[in-house]
Write a protein that binds this ligand. Structure first.
Ligand code: COA
Length: 326
């Protein structure tokens, strides 16, 4: 059974925070942020907007493009590290918002690689005959777990969501492969120390010691990200017996311009086959790849039989890749 992507959607908060705005919050400059990260602005959720708000909007757009009713969906996989609540899953809230009454739904936690992990799980459900129509969503409101007084991290992240509809198919364009990898030995290089069972939110110390915010060893994460994205990409190319010259478009996780450029260089992918939009959105974690995919799709940049390579890296560490024949 083949797996087709029949719809894409994305949703972003209206509120934009530029580098100039961040200059007023912490000791930084537009020049530093631009040269070190490539980011110019990011979208930030307003009061009353949650991860489910953007997840449901992105999903509705993907369903509309696929011409699929919410009741037809068998499975919703929602990747996030910023759920509305620790439980129930944000996927349950989105199921209710969409009226996807026949779906099995759950959240998936693989940080910035979560969308690729979600695609991989969805692919297996469809290929095994367990589901026919699946929504995979990456959605984040990272602005709520960022310390807006810490210049090392607050410049990097943004909010938003992206979604795809996957359908079982006897032919047509396909999800050719997915590969997922994990290396738990580095879990403490990029994580949120507080709010779980080790440092519960109910403990005053968790709040006082700022444990509710993203903690990151930026330099180490950078080096691992480049190596891991190269490895995941090469595995994907080898599995499909294709060379990097045959890739029409590389869509990497949008974390840092320099990580993206280094990965593309190692793979021999020139800038005209590399998609970058992080200057507009910052790092939206598991939402970054589906937002990018929706952007290129709606701009009409994808042609039938184009081969897309998606590759991600994130906290855990987790990493993964997917090849799509559009
Ligand atoms: N504005 C100005 N200066 C800043 C700054 C900011 N926003 N953030 C950090 N600095 C300073 C540091 O304090 C440091 O100063 P010091 O030398 O006086 O101590 C200096 O800039 C250099 O810091 P360094 O960490 O070496 O910079 P870098 O070139 O590694 O860039 C990151 C920092 C965070 C941009 C980079 O490491 C990175 O992107 N890492 C990967 C992060 C990531 O993508 N995480 C998500 C993965 S999914």
């Amino acid at each position: 059974m083949n797996v087709r992507i029949t719809g894409t959607g994305s949703a972003l908060p209206d509120k934009i925070l530029t580098n100039a705005d961040i200059e007023k919050l912490v000791d930084t400059t537009d020049e530093w942020i631009t040269t070190r990260t490539g980011i110019k602005e990011r979208h930030i959720a307003a009061d009353g907007e949650y991860t489910s708000t953007f997840a449901a909007e992105a999903a509705r757009k993907a369903l509309e493009m696929a011409a699929v009713n919410p009741e037809e969906i068998d499975l919703i996989i929602l990747s996030t590290v910023t759920p509305d609540f620790p439980f129930p899953s944000t996927a349950c809230i989105v199921q209710d918002m969409l009226g996807a009454v026949n779906a099995t739904v759950f959240d998936l936690s693989a940080a910035c690689s979560g969308f690729i992990f979600g695609l991989s799980v969805a692919e297996k459900y469809i290929r095994s005959g367990s589901a026919k129509k699946v929504l995979v969503i990456g959605a984040e409101v990272l602005s709520r777990i960022v310390d807006w007084k810490d210049r090392n991290t607050c410049v990097l992240f943004g909010d938003g969501a992206g979604a795809v509809v996957l359908e079982a198919s006897d032919g047509g364009h396909s999800l050719l492969s997915t590969h997922t990898f994990s290396n738990g030995s580095y879990w403490n290089l990029l994580y949120q120390p507080g709010s779980g069972s080790r440092n519960p939110a109910s403990d005053r110390r968790t709040f006082d010691d700022k444990l509710l915010y993203i903690t990151m060893e930026g330099n180490d994460v950078f080096k691992h990200a480049v190596r891991a994205m190269e490895e995941a990409s090469l595995k994907a190319l080898a599995a499909n017996s294709i060379s990097s010259e045959e890739i029409s478009l590389l869509i990497p996780h949008q974390a840092n311009r320099r990580i993206i450029d280094a990965t593309a260089k190692r793979l021999g992918v020139e800038s005209d086959r590399l998609f970058i939009n992080l200057h507009n959105y910052g790092n939206t974690s598991s939402a970054s790849i589906p937002i990018a995919l929706d952007e290129v799709n709606r701009k009409g940049l994808l042609k039938v039989d184009n081969k897309l390579l998606l590759v991600a890296f994130g906290g855990g560490f987790t990493y993964g890749s997917a090849v799509i024949n559009w």
